[in-house]
Design a protein around this ligand. Structure first.
Ligand code: UT7
Length: 320
């Protein structure tokens, strides 16, 4: 038994902030941002627009694409670092929005790897027969924890949500998922504040802190090794991959991994120019983009990966 993606969806906030818009408040330039990251613009949630608001739109799109009703959903896994509330978890909040009740609903916090972690969990529930229609979400409002005075991070992040539905299938399906973490680098990428330490340590709301250059280097190493692990586990060469759907953190990271795989950029789904880094939302939104514009088609072999705070990183090899 495999789990198979039967529908995808995404939702982006309407408001778009360009690199030029950021030049006014930060010691940066449109060119620097574009050349060093590949980002040209990002979507930022309106006042009062929450992670679950965006996720609901993405989930409804995924249900429509799959031809399923909300009532069919029997398992929800929601990856986010920017939940609406401390609790209930966003999976439960989304369940209520969809007007359903009873099925298990969990929240997963694995920063930018949140969607891959969520997908891996849902895959196992579907494969063992515990779920027949699993809703997997990666959604963020990172703008709420962005320090808009820090040019090292404020230029990078955006808001959005992506969702996929998984159903059991005798045909593959998700071929394998791979998850890793290394907590010893927690100080290189984290958000301040938190419940147990007190939201006032340090004073003010939680904000992202990152030593970008070191994160960049470690991300390239970890992602290179996980794509090799994924191919090796499946006895495949990189050339078998039809589409590479990477986490959209920095175009130079994406290019470095594609180069190591020997894949031309024509076989890579890149959305970073329009969305920035949307953390857990980036992979499902990129996947949905490639499917909806007709590049990713049934039967194609898709390799997804992500890397984020923790550090956490993960991959999924998927037959569409
Ligand atoms: O999604 C989770 C994982 N996150 C990532 O994977 C992000 C990984 N890191 C990155 O994407 C990159 O490290 C950044 C885009 C954050 C920074 O790019 P970089 O090429 O690594 O730059 P850097 O931090 O080494 O800084 C180079 C220079 C510095 O100036 P000096 O010291 O050489 O004079 C920075 O102060 O660029 C300066 N700089 C900027 N200049 C203009 C840093 N940020 C900016 C900026 N505008 N926004």
């Amino acid at each position: 038994m495999f789990s198979r993606i039967i529908g995808t969806g995404r939702q982006l906030p309407e408001r778009v902030v360009s690199n030029r818009d950021l030049e006014g408040n930060l010691d940066t330039s449109e060119e620097w941002i574009r050349e060093r990251t590949g980002i040209e613009r990002r979507h930022i949630a309106a006042d009062g627009e929450t992670t679950v608001d965006l996720a609901e739109g993405a989930a409804r799109e995924a249900l429509k694409a799959a031809g399923r009703q909300a009532a069919d959903v029997d398992f929800i896994v929601f990856g986010t670092t920017t939940p609406d509330l401390v609790f209930p978890n966003c999976g439960a909040l989304l369940q209520a929005r969809l007007g359903i009740r009873g099925c298990a609903a969990l929240g997963i916090e694995a920063a930018c790897s949140g969607f891959i972690y969520a997908l891996s969990i849902a895959d196992k529930y579907v494969r063992c027969g515990e779920a027949k229609c699993a809703l997997v979400v990666g959604a963020e409002t990172l703008s709420r924890i962005t320090d808009w005075n820090d040019r090292g991070t404020a230029i990078l992040f955006g808001d959005g949500a992506g969702a996929v539905l998984l159903a059991p299938s005798e045909e593959p399906g998700i071929l394998s998922t791979h998850l890793h973490a290394d907590g010893s680098h927690g100080d290189l990428l984290f958000a301040t504040g938190g419940v147990s330490r007190g939201f006032n340590d340090p004073p003010g709301r939680g904000v992202i802190r990152m030593r970008g250059h070191e994160v960049f280097r470690l991300a390239v190493n970890a992602l290179s090794s996980i794509v090799e692990e994924t191919l090796h586990r499946n006895g495949l060469e990189a050339q078998a991959i039809d589409w590479f759907v990477p986490h959209q953190a920095n175009l130079r990271i994406i290019q470095a991994i594609a180069r190591k795989l020997g894949l031309p950029m024509e076989r890579v789904i890149v959305t970073i120019q329009d969305q920035g880094n949307t953390s857990a939302a980036s992979v499902p939104m990129a996947l949905d983009t490639g499917i909806r514009d007709g590049r990713i088609r049934p039967g194609h072999l898709v390799l997804c990966e992500a890397f984020g705070g923790g550090f956490t990183w993960g991959s999924a090899l998927i037959r569409m």
